[in-house]
Design a protein around this ligand. Structure first.
Ligand code: PGA
Length: 266
């Protein structure tokens, strides 16, 4: 099954609107050698902080790079101070939204029910849900990787199966071992391969052959220096990049490594 590789930048709480526009201006020439492939053979998305969405969207116009959001509220509107709804995001051109990021789970107390409500909201739209999953160090050391993935994935997969959307267009899974996020401690290629294979197995179990169409991204301290060894693993269809996505040079190197490894695969 051939899947279009995808690299998503997660800027977290970094870059003002002005810095985002400067980033875009710096990135575009770096991607020029394969600009014609972006949006067709290779998909790229950037998730800035909310205040930068509008400016970044304008600065990326015509590049084929799409806008993503880091979060969404599950209701369409209402008295939810400080929150942002899906119509507000689609109005600015967002095509995908991160849900279930470990920082949302750990620092902001988002539990599985909340994540499912967000997923349902996205499934009722045309926006792609990028569902982040992954185990903590204690869970890995306790041999609980499979049960964590089951808890984080199986019900979302059931909801995708029950929706009218084609799974490959509705869902992307990002495997991000919590102990690797922002720590400089990257998963070994073997660990990543095994976790991605387990995620693929669960996707196919819940969605049948359509589960082969869902892309699985690796995330967690991915840098230009370690990107190749991870991106060349089977079932690693791209990357969710935090720290290294803040700099156009590092981000474009990761994009170009992703493109090369996927071309070699086909
Ligand atoms: P990192 O973040 O690349 O800085 O580890 C990844 C993420 O949290 O998506």
């Amino acid at each position: 099954m051939k899947r279009v590789p995808l690299v998503v930048a997660n800027w977290k709480m970094n870059h003002t609107a002005r810095a985002a526009a400067e980033f875009a201006a710096g990135l575009r020439p770096l991607l020029a050698p394969f600009a014609g492939e972006i949006g067709t053979r290779l998909e790229l998305a950037i998730a800035p902080a909310f205040p930068a969405l509008d400016r970044l969207g304008k600065a990326l116009a015509g590049s084929g790079i799409t806008l993503a959001a880091q979060n969404v509220h599950e209701d369409e509107s209402g008295a939810f101070t400080g929150e942002v709804s899906l119509p507000m995001l689609t109005d600015l051109g967002c095509r995908s939204v991160l849900i279930g990021h470990s920082e949302r789970r750990q620092l902001f107390g988002e539990g599985d029910d909340r994540i499912l409500a967000k997923l349902e909201r996205l499934l009722a739209s045309e926006v792609v849900a990028i569902l982040c999953v992954g185990e903590t160090l204690a869970e890995r050391e306790g041999g609980r990787l499979e049960s964590v993935l089951a808890r984080q994935l199986d019900e979302p997969i059931r909801r995708v199966a029950a929706s009218a959307r084609p799974p490959g267009q509705a869902l992307v899974v990002a495997y991000e071992p919590v102990w690797a996020i922002g720590t400089g401690r990257v998963a070994t290629p073997d660990l990543a391969r095994a976790a991605h294979a387990e995620i693929r197995r669960r996707l196919v179990a819940g969605l049948g052959p359509e589960g082969e169409r869902v892309r699985i991204l690796y995330g967690g301290s991915l840098k230009p220096a370690n990107a190749r060894s991870l991106l060349e693993q089977p079932d690693v269809d791209g990357a969710l990049v935090g720290g290294a996505s803040l700099d156009p040079v590092d981000f474009s190197s990761i994009v170009s490594i992703c493109r090369e490894t996927q071309l070699e695969r086909s």
